[in-house]
Design a protein around this ligand. Structure first.
Ligand SMILES: C[S@@+](CC[C@H](N)C(=O)[O-])C[C@H]1O[C@@H](n2cnc3c(N)ncnc32)[C@H](O)[C@@H]1O
Length: 223
């Protein structure tokens, strides 16, 4: 008799408390889902960005690649491939150009390496380019030379050109082994009439800065 009463009491308590339990369970599941999403995002950033000082724009370049799906990505000045290797999974063809060997760029079917000065690469290259990232010799004349030699290969209207180190945030970044005077190249393109067909926007910092350019003689590329 006493046992039956206790069982009934427990049953009643459980039925009464079930909505509260379910509500809390739901909340726990939601919080857990939120944590998982944050963790995933964190791992993604960590994976892409082990050295944020060197790769301040890697996420932007990768996201633009994912969104716009360029067929041919060319990076001039690749070094250890912080940006290049993050882009490789998202493009049918990725082309790496550097005067130094690139042991950290893995051999993949969609990767082509050119160990040579950018000038020599420009003579060898003949195809169209969708995204061109110029990040080699940062002296103004050299940036402009890379731009003049390679921009003609970039698809008018839809292709994008990226110049790194064009808005360093402090004078100590202007030495030749860092950003040098690449910013003057960006300004020349911005102001000189021979570059009038190029749109250019420069992102000021957060450390070295980036310019994004598009050749456009009309607004809609497809019209
Ligand atoms: C700043 S690092 C590139 C960093 C790389 N883009 C990244 O995001 O991690 C510059 C690279 O340009 C290369 N370089 C310098 N002058 C060059 C030239 N004339 N042609 C091709 N590569 C050059 C250097 O060997 C160096 O690896």
């Amino acid at each position: 008799m006493v046992r039956r009463s206790i069982v009934r009491l427990v049953d009643a308590l459980m039925i009464w408390s079930m909505p509260v339990v379910l509500r809390n369970l739901n909340r726990v599941v939601q919080i857990q889902a939120g944590h998982t999403a944050c963790l995933k995002q964190g791992f993604r950033l960590l994976k892409y960005d082990p050295n944020p000082g060197l790769t301040e724009f890697r996420e932007i370049l990768v996201e633009l690649t994912r969104l716009l799906k360029p067929s041919v990505y060319v990076e001039v000045g690749v070094s250890a491939g912080y940006v290049f290797n993050a882009i490789v999974p998202f493009v049918p063809q990725a082309v790496a150009v550097d005067i130094n060997p690139m042991p950290l760029i893995p051999d993949r079917p969609n990767v082509k390496k050119y160990v040579m000065p950018s000038e020599e690469f420009a003579q060898k290259w003949s195809g169209e380019i969708d995204f061109l990232f110029i990040d080699a010799d940062h002296r103004k004349e050299m940036v402009l030379k890379d731009f003049d030699l390679l921009a003609p290969f970039v698809k008018e209207g839809q292709g994008l050109i990226f110049l790194h180190d064009t808005h360093p945030v402090s004078p100590d970044l202007l030495s030749d082994d860092r950003c040098s005077n690449a910013w003057e190249a960006a300004w020349e393109i911005r102001t000189h009439s021979r570059y009038k067909d190029f749109e250019i926007v420069t992102i000021p910092g957060p450390r070295a800065g980036l310019s994004i350019l598009r050749k456009a003689t009309k607004q809609l590329a497809w019209m």
